[in-house]
Design a protein around this ligand. Structure first.
Ligand SMILES: [Zn+2]
Length: 291
């Protein structure tokens, strides 16, 4: 089995971010004292937290886990749009039905705790990792892998100018989503300004797109723990696809994702949400190896 340490965390902004990832790879097995003060929050103890040591194969195949539970904790007022979760569930259900994700028990999203606002700080990786691990406390049923998603306000230390990080995944089973950056990216997008009547709809799809992209990293894409069938990795941008039309393209981690997704609505109707054939082939091969 591929274990998470081999499946290096995928981050939005490559080398700088990757350098800061070492702490996330620490194996505390979900336990360990977590007491810390991150400035806006006294982080609770989480000594008996559920396991977090999952790898790409655990997420993609049914060899060990036939189901995924996604625990979402959110800062006040910064949780996922319900339409975004609806879009995500449909995309994942389709993957399961088509055999690209071997989770007969499904992928279930649980909106769990609400944390106080940070007041809109510039978040650091170390602080978000501390908070995420502390609030990862939802019991995980036998037979389930789990993913923890922290929805936060504010911005991120790797943001630069108008280019902001919308989400990232790391540590095999952790994600962070930046709700304020998604909202501001949608509000300032010249592409979305062309669609005033469906702007909220498109923004929900942007959120779902970023979320699924980050899940893709936890599924081991691209070359992030799930081996590639054909080489489609963008070597300059880490665990991403060379094809700008693919969900795993590097710009989907950041503000540019808003325009990319908005442009897909230009033809009218609803564009598909899902992975490119090269990514699906990688997932299919991982599943086939377990059968
Ligand atoms: Zn990415």
């Amino acid at each position: 089995m591929n274990v998470s340490r081999a499946a290096l965390p995928a981050m939005a902004l490559t080398a700088l971010a990757l350098a800061s990832l070492a702490p996330a790879c620490g194996d505390d097995g979900g336990g360990g004292a977590q007491t810390a003060d991150v400035g806006y929050l006294d982080v609770p103890d989480n000594v008996d937290g559920p396991p977090s040591d999952f790898g790409a194969a655990d997420m993609v195949t049914a060899a060990k886990y036939g189901r995924i539970q996604v625990e979402i904790d959110q800062m006040t007022g910064k949780g996922p749009a319900s339409q975004a979760l609806t879009d995500l569930e449909a995309a994942l259900d389709a993957m399961i039905a088509d055999g690209h994700l071997d989770k007969p028990g499904g992928v279930d999203f649980v909106t769990d705790e609400t944390l106080p606002t940070s007041g809109g700080v510039v978040h650091t990786f170390a602080e978000l990792d501390t908070v995420g691990r502390a609030y990862r406390n939802l019991a995980v049923p036998a037979g389930s892998a789990s993913i923890h998603v922290l929805y936060v306000d504010g911005s991120y230390e790797d943001d630069s100018g108008s280019s902001r990080v919308l989400g990232f995944a790391y540590g095999g089973s952790f994600m962070v989503m930046f709700k304020d950056s998604i909202t501001s990216g949608c509000a300032s997008s010249s592409v979305l300004a062309l669609f005033p009547l469906i702007r909220d709809r498109i923004c929900a799809r942007v959120e779902a797109t970023v979320f699924l992209h980050e899940l893709g990293h936890l599924f081991g894409l691209v070359n992030n723990g799930t081996p590639m069938v054909d080489d489609h990795q963008d070597d300059a941008h880490g665990a991403h696809d060379v094809d700008p039309d693919c969900l795993m393209y590097w710009q989907i981690d950041g503000t540019k994702a808003v325009d990319i997704v908005g442009q897909r609505f230009q033809g009218g109707g609803e564009p598909d949400l899902g992975f490119c054939p090269a990514s699906l082939a990688d997932l299919d091969a991982a599943i086939a190896r377990t059968r």
